[in-house]
Design a protein around this ligand. Sequence first.
Ligand SMILES: [Fe+2]
Ligand SMILES: [Fe+2]
Length: 200
Amino acid sequence: MKNGNTEMNDMSSERAKFSQMAEGTAADYKIISDNFRTFSKELPDRVLSHLKLLEGDFGGFAVDRLEHSLQCATLAHQDGQDEEYVVAALLHDIGDTLGTFNHADIGAAMLKPFVSEKIHWILEKHGIFQGYYFFHYIGLDRDMREKFRGHEHFEDCAHFCAAYDQTAFDKNFESASLDFFEPMVRRVMAKPKQSIYLME
Ligand SMILES: [Fe+2]
Ligand SMILES: [Fe+2]
């Protein structure tokens, strides 16, 4: 492979010696851990690059998916939501490219180490809750969300869709630029709160 981060990592001269993990040594994993530290710090760059893939992807909507994402984040920001929430709003549909049949799971999984359990739940379930606004037009049950009625985050997810996600398709809306949100993405993703790979 000769593209993106693979090429970048190829610039590192030191490599582990093993051909099977069972033969790995502490010295090998010192090299690998050093690489991981650099690679993990570059996560926001990869995320922002991937988000830009949504540009030009209209899917029949009046605005493309990048503009929808920016509108959603702008609305949340204007409404006084905190930075973690705004970043979640910005990235909630980032899975549209690879998760065509389960896009909500992708953004939720990607942000899981960096956000609260509530925000993760909103991200993960927003696809079902957003369906309240259109599932009945495509032969699905708009009340699919009802199976979660009574859950502690039900109203939070309903609000995310009502106030930000379902309203963010306005081609006349003046959303903030991706540059405006970039420092927020970097701050929120600066340090994971939970991960099986947490070191130090
Ligand atoms: Fe979505
Ligand atoms: Fe959305």
